[in-house]
Ligand binder design. Structure first.
Ligand code: SIN
Length: 309
């Protein structure tokens, strides 16, 4: 089956002329899986779905995951992660930080869902329920495209390096995060239990991960929790040289040609390949209502490992 698509921007496609409330037959499922694998990010507009439609649609891609941050799960549907801004000021305050003096709720740097477990989700479906104009956008970055765009010498140089991520709540301790203009909010969490997260040991990934389904090479460099190369010394790199190389890779990954920024409208659905793309949240201004429902698909392959394992 051929589906009508059009490019979203630099990466990803919008899929046209489908109603995701309808049961998905084998042909449509195969066509959607093929597009998911080919493009990494698929958007669908004007989908009048409810929670049960979202769960049914997401389930065609695999078993649904339960996120470890239990306080964000819907009580009646634990497979549903709720991103709700503008309805609970006390909760918003915990997620508010300042950017050049402007308060923003839920601003998140580039990350991969469940990266800190060593078993990132296979993918995710995000549905916009309420999206006032000017609410936060979600950015997507294609790390397979970023790998392909490296010059051959760099591809060879980084082969075999391992990169370590530290599960740390305080943004100012993320060594490679872009902190320009950043001030933490007074209620920002200091440790995982402050927001109801369990703790996780450091996780280590090959800096070049092979996508388990497509076989494509993925540059596993995202700024959230990024700390160091685990085996830099084996490659003859000093600490400074290792940091400089990581920064170089991060600067490469951050280029707009690998990105698509989604401006949410009610009824939007975005499906992404979490083994291949990173995503970020630009943050929601105070007083703006935004409600997104996310379902995730279990990652049945370990792409990384815990350091203490
Ligand atoms: C997420 O990381 O899934 C949330 C991104 C957003 O709030 O835009």
């Amino acid at each position: 089956m051929n589906l009508n698509v059009r490019p979203l921007g630099n990466i990803g496609v919008e899929v046209l002329d489908v109603d995701l409330r309808e049961p998905v037959g084998d042909d449509l499922k195969a066509a959607l899986e093929a597009l998911w694998l080919e493009y990494g990010v698929l958007a669908f507009r004007d989908q009048e779905m409810d929670v049960s439609h979202q769960i049914a649609f997401s389930s065609i891609f695999g078993e649904l995951a339960r996120h470890p941050l239990e306080v964000k799960l819907a009580s009646d549907h634990p497979e549903l992660f709720v991103l709700d801004t503008g309805s609970n000021p006390a909760r918003d305050e915990v997620e508010t930080s300042y950017w050049d003096g402007v308060p923003l709720i839920g601003r998140l740097p580039w990350h991969i869902d469940l990266h800190y477990t060593g078993r990132p989700n296979r993918g995710a479906v995000m549905r916009s329920v309420t999206a006032e104009e000017g609410g936060g956008n979600t950015g997507f970055c294609d790390l397979a495209m970023a790998y392909d765009a490296l010059d051959a010498a760099t591809q060879e140089r980084i082969q075999g390096l391992e990169v370590t991520y530290v599960f740390e709540m305080q943004r100012s301790k993320w060594r490679f995060a872009d902190l320009e203009g950043f001030e933490p909010g007074p209620k920002n969490p200091k440790k995982p239990s402050d927001v109801g997260f369990p703790d996780f040991p450091d996780s280590v990934y090959p800096v070049v991960v092979t996508h388990p389904v497509s076989g494509r090479k993925v540059l596993e460099v995202v700024e959230q929790f990024l700390d160091r190369f685990e085996n830099a010394a084996d490659f003859g790199l000093t600490g400074d040289e290792a940091d400089a190389l990581l920064q170089e890779l991060l600067d490469h990954v951050r280029q707009p040609q690998f990105q698509y920024i989604h401006e949410w409208k009610p009824g939007d659905i975005v499906l992404w390949d979490n083994w291949r793309t990173a995503h970020c949240g630009t943050g929601t201004p105070i007083g703006t209502r935004r409600l997104l429902h996310r379902t995730t698909i279990v990652g049945d392959v370990a792409l990384g490992r815990h350091l203490d394992a």
